[in-house]
Structures are given as structure tokens and as C-alpha cells.
Design a binder for this molecule. Structure first.
Ligand code: CP
Length: 321
């Protein structure tokens, strides 16, 4: 509820998108429906609509990104906004400027939206709390905390293939402990009402108190994949690991790598997903990543339409508040 107060306006409309947690099902469905109409725009020969003409959007990235940064930029350009990309390693933050001073400097240039990626959990909330009233903040991934647009594009991809969330069993496999993507996916899947969410991981990579997240935990990949409709693979996030949590990548692949043989334990029409970047031969075999069940590149494609939907909703709210 705390988070609702900051990301929604007085009418309950989206002002910032910081986390999926606490958002109502109706809002998630509305965003997915809007993304559906933008997906049609992204397939036209002229892939542009004038919705955000005259607005300035800043991609403020303090951490590396390929998919998220590029599709946010594409989304903003397809909505006709002006886009500025700031890479923290080349900005004044590397000369000691604080996050707040960077924010106020960009606000002084009359920017309207900040898309923020940061290694610290809570960074996007911090910026949203201190941003001017006309500014919207979209979380593009903060520490281990949340990656809400990734979860939305994953839900969009699942919905395109399975249509109804209620009967689905979804397994999230791998380094769930360090994954902001998994956390956001779990909130989205449970709000959209899937039958069951499974986490399949070594004991060292399961978050504390998984029951409070409403997930069933498995430590055996083949058992965990039985009857699964959707399997979401995660990479090992070494950048957020403290200490050695695994014997070796070879051993990890032997026990938790998704091979064709293991995938055969799931339903015949199982969907294979991965937020990327993928590590072939560590969490997933090439034959599965490139195989007939894989939606990995479709997820990337859908990122643009979903981010267009989020930006247009948040900016409309900002205009009328
Ligand atoms: N899925 C994801 O966030 O990828 P990037 O780190 O490339 O943005």
C-alpha cells in the first residue's frame, strides 16, 4: 500500500512504475491491452504515433543493459518523444555528483520522464520521491528488488500464447535469490491468478521465506518441471552474489541446466522463456534456447510495445495531475 501511494495518483492511475507489487489486476490487464494496440503500431511500415510529441524522456542507466535500454529508447521514439541516453560511467556522477543533484540538473532542462536502472534496490523509489510533480519515473531494474516492465512484457508474451492465466503452472528456474525479474514476475503471475508458481533452484539460490511469496519450491529440476506450462530460466547473477554459492558452472548445468531431455518432463506445448542475457551451456542448452518452444526473442520484440504502454499511461497521468 505504501508503494501504491507513490506510484498511483489520487484517482488511482499510474504515475510512476516502480514495482508490480500492490498493483491491481485491472491495471495490469489495462497495460497489457494497451501494449496489444502498440504492438500493431510496431509492425507498421511507419512505426510512429504522436502521443508524446514535445516530451523529453531520459534513460538514466547506472548499470549495463542491452534489451531494456534499447527498447525503452525505441518505445520513446515510436511515441515521438525526444530521448536522451545517460550512461552513468560517462556522466558527472563519476565525478562525485549525487543522485539527487543529477536528478535536479536534468529537471532543470525540463525533462518529463526518467527511466532508471540502478544497482541499488530502492533507487527508483528514491528518485520518484524527490522528483518534481510533473515528472514520471519508470523503474528499469533496481538491485535485486524489481524489474516491472520485464515482468509485464513476460506476461504479455505468455498471454499471446496461452490466453488465460488461471489454469497455468509456471516454473521459474535458477538464481531466484538475486533476481529482480523473478520477484516482479511472481507478483505479476499471482495478481493475474495463475494456478501455481514454482521456484526450482539449488538451496543456496532460493529467497528466504518463499511461502510468503506464494510459491512452491523444488530442488530437483525434473520433478519441478512435471506438468509445467511455462518455464522461465534465469541466469546466475554473479554481480549480486556474495561468496561462492555454487560448486561450479559445470555442476550447476548438470543439475539445473535446461536440456531437451529435461524439457520433455514438462507439458508438450510448454513455453520456454528467459529475460536475457542468456548463458548457453550454463542455465540453458543452445538446442532449447533456439528450439521450437523458445520465446526468448519474442520477449525482446514485445518489450517495445509494453514500454510504449507504460510510458503513455504514466505520461497521461502526469499531464492531468
Ligand atoms: N532483461 C534485461 O533486463 O536485459 P538487459 O540487462 O540487457 O536490459
Amino acid at each position: 500500500m505504501m508503494k501504491d501511494r507513490i506510484q498511483l495518483d489520487k484517482q488511482g492511475r499510474l504515475r510512476h512504475l516502480l514495482t508490480i507489487e500492490g498493483l491491481r489486476r485491472e491495471m495490469l490487464v489495462e497495460l497489457l491491452d494497451t501494449a496489444e494496440s502498440f504492438a500493431e503500431v510496431t509492425e507498421r511500415s511507419v512505426k510512429k504515433v504522436p502521443l508524446l510529441r514535445g516530451k523529453t524522456i531520459v534513460n538514466l542507466f547506472f548499470e549495463n543493459s542491452t534489451r531494456t535500454r534499447t527498447t525503452f529508447e525505441l518505445a520513446a521514439k515510436r511515441l515521438s518523444a525526444d530521448v536522451i541516453n545517460i550512461n552513468a560511467t560517462t556522466s558527472a556522477t563519476s565525478k562525485g555528483e549525487t543522485l539527487l543533484d543529477t536528478l535536479h540538473t536534468l529537471e532543470a532542462m525540463h525533462c518529463d520522464m526518467f527511466v532508471v536502472r540502478h544497482p541499488d534496490s530502492g533507487a527508483a523509489h528514491f528518485i520518484a520521491r524527490h522528483a518534481a510533480s510533473h515528472v514520471s519515473v519508470i523503474n528499469a531494474g533496481d538491485g535485486r528488488h524489481a524489474h516491472p516492465t520485464q515482468a509485464l512484457l513476460d506476461m504479455f508474451t505468455i498471454r499471446r500464447h496461452k490466453h488465460d492465466f488461471h489454469p497455468l503452472i509456471v516454473a521459474i528456474v535458477g538464481d531466484v535469490l538475486h533476481s529482480r525479474v523473478a520477484r516482479s514476475q511472481i507478483h505479476a503471475l499471482s495478481t493475474l491468478g495463475v494456478q501455481e508458481i514454482r521456484v526450482i533452484a539449488p538451496r543456496t539460490l532460493v529467497p528466504p521465506e518463499p511461502a510468503s511469496l506464494g510459491v512452491h519450491v523444488y530442488h530437483d529440476l525434473e520433478r519441478g518441471l512435471r506438468n509445467v506450462d511455462v518455464v522461465i530460466m534465469l541466469r546466475l547473477q554473479y554481480e549480486r552474489m556474495q561468496g561462492a554459492l555454487l560448486p561450479s558452472e559445470h555442476e550447476y548445468y548438470r543439475l539445473f541446466g535446461l536440456t531437451e531431455e529435461r524439457l520433455a518432463c514438462a507439458r508438450d506445448d510448454v513455453l520456454v522463456m528467459h529475460p536475457g542475457p542468456i548463458n548457453r551451456g550454463v542455465e540453458i542448452a543452445s538446442s532449447v534456447a533456439d528450439g521450437p518452444h523458445s520465446l526468448i526473442l519474442q520477449q525482446v520484440t514485445h518489450g517495445t510495445a509494453v514500454r510504449m504502454a507504460v510510458m503513455s499511461h504514466a505520461m497521461r497521468t502526469g499531464e492531468s495531475s
